[in-house]
Write a protein that binds this ligand. Structure first.
Ligand SMILES: [Cu+2]
Length: 146
């Protein structure tokens, strides 16, 4: 009770807390993340990647490029474009095999879509089009995470 009283008096006189003693640096530390500094190593680097469906279904549908590579510990911003040569061509998507949830929506000719995902563990991953038999017709490639 006496301590509380002293605190109250100290507060009213100096308008300063009496909890942790006289530490004048209390107000100085500022979260460095809020300023978006250059040497921020906690946020993964974002890498932009373009991949397109090319050729003509069902003659020679394919992905261009058929090989992609990214560094580990990056965030991949992948834009997939359906560049079917036939204006009435088939819809396509882009699916990364073995990595749950990494796939685009199915898009029609001339459309594009973007997904963002964390690069998986280093290794090689197949990607393919999951529509119909497109994979069997050649719509697949390899993403290398280095
Ligand atoms: Cu397809």
């Amino acid at each position: 009770m006496r301590t509380l009283l002293v605190c109250l008096i100290a507060l009213t006189v100096t308008v300063a807390g009496c909890a942790d003693g006289p530490d004048e640096s209390d107000d100085e530390p500022v979260d460095p993340d809020t300023t978006g500094g250059d040497n921020n190593t906690t946020e993964p680097q974002v890498v932009d990647i373009q991949v397109a469906a090319v050729g003509t279904y069902p003659v020679n549908p394919a992905f261009d490029p058929a090989t992609l590579s990214v560094s580990a510990n990056t965030t991949v911003n992948l834009t997939f474009t359906n560049n079917e040569e036939n204006p009435a061509g088939a819809p396509h998507d882009w699916v990364l095999e073995g990595v749950e949830g990494v796939e685009t929506e199915v898009i029609g000719t001339g459309e594009n879509t973007t997904i963002e995902f964390a690069a998986p563990a280093p290794g090689e991953y197949a990607y393919y089009c999951s529509v119909g038999n497109h994979r069997d017709l050649g719509m697949e490639g390899t993403l290398t995470v280095g």
